[in-house]
Design a protein around this ligand. Structure first.
Ligand SMILES: Cc1ncc(COP(=O)(O)O)c(C=O)c1O
Length: 369
């Protein structure tokens, strides 16, 4: 049945989101067990035991609607971040928050400047409301190039997205460059600063977006998620921090019960466990050092990263290597959909998972892949 006359043109034109391949699917398709995934920038430590306890304690209340205002979660976040609860909006993952931003602020025909390569959802939420993504490849070819992004701003620009550190490159914009970028934009333009991976950054020049929000007076929305550092991707919990006027407009556009009760309880518990955050950070930092050393030894190119993943460059189509690893039960992320056909993005794993990756990489390189 052809229903193309029924579907809105904006939806017809949307590219499908390409997720990392699920473990269960790979095991089913290959008839294997023990596959591992280093493809979706998840946290191999999982959530803290306190989070699992909080979910179990909240489960009997599953018959009741959750708190529509996520009072306790926003209170805990408010104390954690040092901003008032009126400056915080929680969502069903950052994907939900991004959609709320589009539905609250974008009009048909608005230009939204997005980095390229970058997380594809910025462009797709814009396209859904008939805004026009202006993709900025960046002079260095690495995504988040603030100068090129600023140059792409016109009188028709509604918003600019920046991802720091950037996905899939892991590269970052430093403190002075970030301030210059924010200060140089026309004040009417909304800036969406996605810090999904900021907790993993260790470079002393990495800027905290929260400091810029706290300075006040900016049309700046900071995005953070519990999916990565807190190991809670399945629960779907992310949040925005901005001036109360901006947040209050977004509250009007969100679904009334957009954060489920288990995620609310889990979020409060996660914020009370800084030691789990530190362990996650340590694991990533150790993984980073290991990857640099092994990749140097194998002569494989990569971009220095501030995130929990690394982009490697095989200097030839990466699909054969991806498929070879997949057949051996290791899922990594090919980056063809980001316009990087020679690269693979690998999430740092537990030490034994990293061992498995390097054994397969060496074997694949040896075989000429
Ligand atoms: C840069 C970036 N922003 C946002 C998200 C979405 O996060 P969430 O799981 O909170 O929806 C991701 C997920 O991978 C991401 O890479």
């Amino acid at each position: 049945m052809d229903i193309s006359d029924l579907v809105r043109p904006a939806v017809l034109g949307l590219p499908p989101y390409v997720p990392g391949k699920p473990i269960e699917e790979v095991e089913r398709e290959l008839g294997i067990k023990g596959a591992i995934k280093m493809a979706s920038n998840e946290n191999p430590l999982g959530p803290s035991p306190a989070v699992i306890e909080a979910i179990a304690a909240a489960a009997p209340k599953a018959a009741l609607y959750p708190d529509a205002n996520a009072f306790y979660l926003r209170k805990a976040l408010s104390e954690h971040l040092g901003v008032q609860p009126e400056s915080i909006l929680t969502g069903n993952g950052l994907d939900d928050v991004l959609r709320i931003i589009a539905e609250t602020f974008f009009r048909p025909g608005d230009e939204i400047v997005v980095p390229d390569p970058a997380f594809s959802v910025y462009a797709s939420v814009g396209m859904l409301v008939d805004a026009k993504p202006i993709r900025v490849r960046g002079r260095k070819g690495l995504g988040n190039d603030p100068d090129a992004m600023r140059d792409a701003v016109t009188g028709g620009t509604r918003a600019v997205f920046l991802c720091n550190p950037n996905n899939p490159t892991g590269t970052f914009v430093g403190r002075a460059e970030m301030r210059a970028f924010l200060d140089a934009l026309p004040p009417r333009v909304l800036v969406v600063l996605d810090e999904a991976y900021a907790d993993f950054a260790e470079d002393p020049d990495f800027p905290q977006g929260l400091d810029f929000v706290k300075e006040g007076g900016r049309r700046l929305i900071l995005l953070r998620t519990f999916s990565k550092i807190h190991g809670m991707a399945a629960l779907r919990l992310g949040y925005a921090v901005a001036e109360p006027d901006i947040i209050s407009a977004m509250h009007k556009a969100r679904d009334p019960f957009n954060v489920n009760g288990l995620a609310q309880a889990a979020g409060v518990a996660a914020l009370g466990r800084p030691e789990h955050v530190e362990s996650s950070r340590e694991l990533v930092r150790a993984g980073r050092r290991r990857f640099y050393a092994e990749l140097d030894r194998l002569g494989v190119g990569y971009l220095p990263t501030q995130a929990n993943f690394i982009l490697i460059d095989l200097k030839r189509d990466s699909r054969p290597m991806y498929e070879f690893m997949l057949r051996r039960g290791l899922i990594v992320r090919p980056t063809h959909s980001f316009g990087l056909p020679d690269c693979l993005r690998i999430t740092f794993g537990l030490p034994e998972q990293n061992d498995r990756f390097f054994a397969l990489l060496a074997e694949g390189l040896e075989a000429g892949l």
